[in-house]
Design a protein around this ligand. Structure first.
Ligand SMILES: Cc1cc2nc3c(=O)[nH]c(=O)nc-3n(C[C@H](O)[C@H](O)[C@H](O)COP(=O)(O)O)c2cc1C
Ligand code: SF4
Length: 554
């Protein structure tokens, strides 16, 4: 029942108006000095307008020495930043939501150039990318003070609470994980450091929670039963809530792609649920209302990440039954965020919330092309007030989506086509299938991609090599493997996010695709296009958006 998501709840000293929270997500919309820019404030404000009870900011660094993980991350390392953060908290409060700041020290999970040329530090000298320095007791004391000072600054800045980032292999997780903490001193027990930080923060009466990885997907790392023990100790130390995610350094990580189940970590969380006595937040591929209600059966607060990037109005729309623009878990434009601003393949407005409202329009417009580009253009035009007719040559909407062969892709990506169908109907767009028009007048938009994916090849009994970064060939491998001997080079998948790469490889192996480091031997057919620029869903939707947004009747 949707009302379970609408019940208020008290977290520490703070009352949340409902049970939906926005997950912490690095955006790189902050300034190089670490303050929230107007673009960042607009980005979060949109999510507050969308009705979430709580926003947890992106990870936010605590010192200007060695703690940062991304170049334009938020930072709460100095009192000078407080007024800038007040602009953010004031706005979110005015819009009726609460806001916590997630505090992080990246530890070994950063690079020298991101931390002003300094050497990354870690509990033990085990590098991840750049060389690391093992922390001494002074470092540990310093870090503890920095977390506590940042939380005092957070309170002065108007934040309602702080969340310690103790998940995903960042410094606090490095201390707690037996895979990474090889110390011989008192901080071999890494939970001790976290207890001390929690106690220090509680002295200033701030509400404080912690994000933990319920599993690190690694035999040597943390497992649910270890996490239950950690929670027990942190509850004693005064923690106000626990937020369970998963992953350490990959390839399996917190943002699971479409090859992995919805409610990704539910089973692991359920296995320790009865050992947690403070409010429990859970996250991980909670994509639709059905998932959210299922999550709520286990959790006190349901946390949404990419769903809110794809549609900031997820919560409001779920209540009013309006079509929600779904995140398709492609991990294309929202991952690999050290040096780029966040973007979303299905939501061209992400990162651009600061743009002025669209100009109103009037009159009839024709859009040619029933792929995502045309559907997005039609959507935007209809929202602007035009009366829109969409023409598609085929007997179905979807364009190049109709070529997909990867069963997981078909399953998840079709949700965006369904969204457009429902949204266009809601907006009163007339759709004419099996129709072609001459698009050569001032009231017509031609919304068909210039670049096309290759057609699925018809081959049988062949020895085929795929040494190509074209997404289309990764996809066609599923069906080529049915009647052919298919080989794929490791390099072919190198353009994908690591988790997607890992899971796709597993799935392709399952249907018989052979992976090779290098192509050797002879093949009947070779697909070897290596491209930097290829058709993507993100590019098509973005083009459709701008065609619709900039159109005017002459
Ligand atoms: C763009 C992006 C940035 C992220 N940054 C953070 C972060 O700053 N702190 C954090 O704890 N998790 C971060 N994550 C993980 C998310 O908070 C979330 O746990 C994960 O995406 C799973 O939730 P979802 O399936 O609802 O997206 C990030 C994820 C994305 C997609
Ligand atoms: S880029 Fe893909 S995974 Fe990321 S939020 Fe958008 S749809 Fe979801």
């Amino acid at each position: 029942m949707i009302s379970y998501l609408l019940e208020p709840i008290k977290i520490g000293d703070i009352n949340l108006k409902n049970r939906i929270a926005m997950s912490p997500m690095i955006s790189n919309l902050g300034s190089p000095e670490g303050y929230p820019t107007d673009a960042y404030i607009a980005y979060l404000s949109e999510r507050a307008k969308g009705g979430v009870g709580l926003i947890i900011t992106e990870y936010t660094y605590i010192n200007k020495l060695d703690s940062r993980g991304s170049v334009n991350e938020l930072g709460l390392y100095s009192d000078e930043l407080t007024p800038k953060f007040m602009r953010l908290t004031e706005m979110i409060h005015a819009l009726g939501s609460k806001i916590f700041v997630q505090l992080v020290h990246a530890g070994r999970k950063t690079k020298r150039d991101v931390i002003w040329g300094n050497t990354p530090i870690a509990p033990s000298p085990m590098p991840l990318t750049d060389e690391v320095r093992e922390m001494n007791l002074n470092d540990i004391r310093r870090i503890k003070e920095e977390f506590i000072s940042a939380s005092i600054r957070a309170r002065r800045s108007g934040f309602d609470g702080v969340e310690l980032h103790g998940a995903h292999g960042y410094l606090l997780a490095q201390f707690m994980s037996p895979a990474v903490n090889r110390r011989n001193d008192e901080y071999k027990d890494g939970v001790k450091l976290v207890e001390e930080i929690v106690q220090g923060i509680k002295e200033s009466k701030m509400t404080v929670g912690i994000r933990l990885s319920v599993t690190e997907f690694d035999d040597l790392g943390l497992h649910p039963e270890d996490v239950a023990e950690i929670v027990k100790r942190l509850e004693k130390a005064g923690i106000d809530y626990v937020h369970l995610s998963a992953g350490r350094d990959g390839p399996m990580n917190s943002s699971m792609p479409f090859y992995y189940k919805h409610l990704s970590f539910l089973e692991e969380i359920e296995s320790i649920r009865d050992k947690i006595h403070v409010p429990l937040f859970i996250v991980g591929s909670i994509m639709n209302l059905h998932d959210a209600l299922k999550a709520r059966e286990v959790a006190d607060v349901v946390v949404l990440g990419r769903s809110l990037l794809a549609d900031p109005y997820w919560m409001k729309k779920a209540l009013t039954n309006e079509p929600i623009r779904p995140c398709i878990r492609c991990n294309q434009s929202c991952r690999g965020m050290v040096y780029r601003e966040v973007r979303c393949d299905v939501n061209p407005e992400l990162g651009w919330e600061i743009l002025p409202p669209m100009e109103r329009g009037k009159g009839e417009v024709e859009v040619v092309g029933g792929g995502v580009m045309g559907m997005e253009a039609a959507r935007v035009l209809a929202k602007r007030g035009f009366s829109v007719t969409l023409y598609e040559r085929e007997d179905k909407l979807g364009g190049q989506f109709l070529l997909f062969k990867d069963p997981w892709k078909i399953n998840e990506f079709n949700s965006i086509v369904d969204f457009y169908k429902n949204e266009l109907e809601r907006l009163g767009v007339e759709i004419k299938l099996r129709s072609e028009v001459n698009c050569n007048n001032g009231k017509c938009i031609y919304a068909v991609p210039e670049q096309h994916s290759p057609e699925p090849p018809e081959l049988k009994g062949k020895r085929i090599l795929i040494d190509s970064t074209l997404y289309a060939y990764h996809d066609y491998a599923f069906y080529l493997a049915k009647d052919n001997e298919v080989y794929m080079t490791e390099d072919s998948l190198s353009i994908l996010d690591r988790t997607r790469q890992f899971l796709l490889k597993e799935n392709l192996k399952e249907v018989g695709v052979n992976f090779v480091q290098k192509a050797t031997g002879s093949f009947d057919v070779v697909f070897n296009e290596k491209v930097r620029d290829q058709p993507t869903i993100g590019k098509s939707i973005q083009r459709g958006y701008w065609l619709g947004r900039t159109f005017s009747l002459r």
